[in-house]
Ligand binder design. Structure first.
Ligand code: SAH
Ligand code: SF4
Length: 393
């Protein structure tokens, strides 16, 4: 049974791809739309396919933003492009670097909104945690992003733009003549685990991830991209067929009663409905395993009984369980489970045959850990409110 009183679609502002005024930004357009935009602007139809390929490679393989640097195009054609188009990624407002090397970028997008992107370096790889919305409509009770009022969907350009600006900062665009595929990547993985619910912005997320996977561009394997959802059931099958990336699911509870409290979307699509959709995912996407994310909240969802119930629920699904120690934020109504509890919980899952790693919190000193992302201005507003509540001023 589902609760029809919880809204399925959310009232979020989606920015049209082509703004009425000013030049069109080419970043984020799927190949076919780039092709059509070139023709619409007056490019010779016979040449449009070749031009699309050339411009695509400059933007996504070489990281070039200025048409003047696209040296295999004629001077006249570069001028033609310059008058009609731009190649733009969001502006980095600030960058913070943690003692553990994690980098957090605060970026500004059209309309002056802010979102955060986090780069997490590891030994021989690096993961970029990207945002899909400004804020989130879903109000999970343990998540800081969910307390942010303002919500807008990011465009595909703003989503793939986060990958591009991180590569700028990491200085990872290939030197001319160097084959990017044969060198170890600093930015080797993408997780859609920043701000927002990616499946409530499906089309833009899909278009951006297609660009990330395109072999003539950023060229990341679909197995290096993980989309995390709180459980938007009707979009799960499309994630398999239209994107084909790996799936992570914010599970967090083993009874509907508790999950209703933690992840309110459960009132719309409950555990049974969710599990049914997940059973189909690996078959449709041909992917290996689903990651079950499970935030460890003291005395809420961390008992031995929970661990056993979790194992029962996921029986038969190729899975791994990622335990996330709760990352606190000011005013959060929960505490992190103790280390002993987390390890006892992990052990039960491991004994049942599932990998059950405990996620190491990264970037805590710069407030960049899972579930802590919230735009700086919003955070400021909240803390001022809190201060006035405390002081009575
Ligand atoms: N909206 C998507 C993706 C973003 S959140 C989703 O919910 O899946 C990425 C992960 O961090 C999710 O599993 C989320 O539930 C978890 N998370 C949120 N707040 C957290 C917190 N304070 N501490 C630890 N994990 C948190
Ligand atoms: Fe939104 Fe995910 Fe946070 Fe829930 S956990 S409020 S779905 S960002």
């Amino acid at each position: 049974m589902t609760d029809a009183s919880v809204p399925i679609t959310q009232d979020v502002l989606t920015v049209p791809r082509k703004l009425q005024l000013g030049p069109i930004n080419l970043v984020g357009l799927p190949r076919i739309e780039l092709h059509d935009a070139l023709i619409e602007a007056g490019t010779n139809a016979k040449q449009a396919k070749m031009r699309t390929g050339q411009i695509w490679q400059w933007i996504y393989q070489k990281g070039v933003r200025e048409f003047d640097q696209m040296t295999n195009l004629s001077k006249d054609y570069r001028t033609f492009l310059k008058e009609r188009f731009v190649v733009m990624v969001p502006e980095v407002v600030s960058k913070q670097v943690s003692v553990d090397g994690t980098r957090k970028y605060l970026i500004r997008i059209a309309g002056g909104h802010e979102v955060e992107t986090v780069y997490i370096p590891e030994k021989d790889r690096g993961t970029l945690c990207i945002s899909s919305q400004v804020g989130c409509t879903l109000t999970c009770s343990f998540c800081h992003t969910g307390t942010q009022k303002l919500v807008r969907n990011l465009t595909a350009g703003e989503i793939i733009g986060q990958v591009m600006l991180a590569r700028d900062d990491l200085n990872e665009w290939p030197e001319p003549g160097r084959n990017p595929v044969n060198t170890a990547r600093l930015l080797s993985n993408i997780v859609l685990m920043g701000m927002g619910e990616p499946l409530y912005n499906f089309d833009n997320v899909r278009d951006a991830m297609k660009i990330a996977m395109d072999p003539e561009g950023i060229s990341l394997s679909r197995r290096r991209i993980t989309l995390s959802t709180s459980g938007v059931v009707p979009e799960i099958a499309r994630t398999a067929t239209e994107i084909g990336c790996l799936l992570a699911i914010s599970f967090h509870a083993t009874t509907n009663e508790v999950r209703d409290q933690l992840v309110p979307i459960n009132k719309r699509w409950n555990l049974d409905t969710l599990i049914d959709a997940l059973r189909e995912y690996p078959k449709v996407s041909n992917s290996e395993r689903i990651t079950f994310e499970y935030v460890m909240l003291k005395d809420i969802n961390d008992s031995d009984a929970d661990a056993h119930r979790l194992v029962d629920l996921i029986k038969g699904i190729p899975a791994k369980v990622n335990l996330i120690p709760f990352n606190p934020w000011p005013g959060a109504p929960y505490e992190r489970s103790t280390n002993n509890r987390i390890h006892a919980f992990s052990e039960i899952i491991y004994q049942a045959g599932y990998a059950s790693p405990v996620r190491k919190p990264r970037g805590e000193d710069i407030f960049a850990a899972c579930g802590q992302l919230k735009s700086a201005t919003e955070r400021e507003r909240k803390s001022r409110k809190e201060i006035s509540a405390e002081t009575g001023l």
